[in-house]
Design a binder for this molecule. Structure first.
Ligand code: GDD
Length: 316
């Protein structure tokens, strides 16, 4: 069986490649761009087939899809950092929406049997009222950033291509996920990296933070990529599934967990440039529909994930 991962050089993509390879029955293909950094998949380069492809360019996508003709597509490539979407909204919208349409159109054009998972996001729920938690898939979508709007569009395009053409598309709305290799701008990695620099004396013992009151539901990336596999193995085409641990912590509690793994004396300082025009205050997901359908439950405890992440930054 051939599986294609868009975004294989990224955080979740590299973990998914490892997971698929560990199964032993999957040939793994992945797309990259000339400017992609390879550090996350360096150790896999002789085990996966990489194809250069600019997903925003329909010709490049057609060529790549026709060459590989995958049985499974995991579409993870995206501009995924929320603050970037305020600085360059058109880039985020174009990148995330157009790339996905190009993939759908290429699969339609060559008309072969293929299941497609698309990485949607809990950010789509956006403005959530406390009484609406834990959030179910039926909750209204009230996006609060251009990034969230781009994910709503990806999500609805997945629904529309399933309805219009019967394409086997499964949508996953993943809540926050983290672990080793998480990009340094995302909050868990950003704080872990600062702690590791402070430990080495490379940063004053002052940790810069943004909004510590927001609540997020964190799952380990290694549990998330297993969910992506299950979404295509056992999920129902046309459906949308929340992927979440089902527990929320404030960003401050997450920070305290990281700090519990260090002896360094650290002062916390709010950096106003880290505050967002509108922040999603609470994301706490109900993934019971997905668990009942696939048997998935997250296995890695939050504390373990945070310790692994800190150790990742200590050893990089
Ligand atoms: N990045 C960052 N840096 N966030 C901070 C900081 C900081 O210094 N301090 C506090 N925060 C708060 C943010 O305001 C937000 O409420 C929360 O920490 C999480 O921020 P991020 O890690 O940047 O993630 P996100 O929740 O905006 O988005 C992530 O999760 C989505 C799923 O819900 C990303 O991974 C998205 O791609 C993903 O779709």
């Amino acid at each position: 069986m051939k599986a294609l991962i868009t975004g294989i050089t990224g955080f979740a993509g590299s973990h998914l490649a490892e997971y698929l390879l560990s199964r032993g029955d999957v040939e793994v293909y992945g797309t990259y761009r000339l400017r992609s950094r390879m550090e996350h998949i360096q150790h896999l380069l002789n085990k996966v087939e990489l194809v250069e492809c600019e997903l925003k360019d329909p010709h490049s996508v057609n060529r790549m899809i026709n060459e590989i003709r995958p049985d499974l597509i995991f579409h993870l490539a995206a501009q995924s950092f929320v603050p970037t979407s305020w600085n360059s909204p058109t880039d985020t919208l174009t990148n995330n929406i157009v790339s996905q349409v190009n993939i759908f159109e290429a699969v339609r054009k060559y008309d072969f049997d293929c299941k497609i998972q698309i990485a949607c996001s809990s950010e789509e729920y956006g403005m959530v009222y406390p009484e609406e938690t834990a959030i179910k898939e039926t909750n209204p979508l009230r996006p609060l950033s251009p990034y969230a709007v781009s994910k709503v569009a990806q999500d609805f395009l997945g629904y529309q291509y399933y309805q219009s053409y019967g394409m086997k598309i499964v949508r996953t709305r993943t809540f926050n996920h983290t672990g080793p290799r998480r990009g340094e701008h995302f909050v868990t990695s950003n704080f872990a990296k600062q702690i590791s620099k402070i430990e080495l004396g490379l940063q004053q013992p002052k940790l810069l933070v943004g909004n510590l009151q927001a609540k997020r539901d964190f799952t380990d990336v290694r549990d998330v990529v297993r969910a992506y596999w299950l979404s295509l193995e056992k999920g129902e085409p046309g459906e949308v599934y929340n992927i979440a641990a089902g527990t929320a912590v404030t960003i401050d509690e997450m920070l305290q967990t990281l700090l519990s793994f260090t002896d360094a004396e650290i002062e916390i300082e709010v950096d106003p440039s880290r505050l967002r025009p509108s922040d999603v205050e609470i994301l706490l997901g109900d993934s019971s529909v997905f668990s009942e359908r696939t048997g998935w439950v997250p296995e890695i405890p939050f504390e373990q994930t945070m310790e692994d992440l800190l150790n990742y930054w200590r050893h990089i």
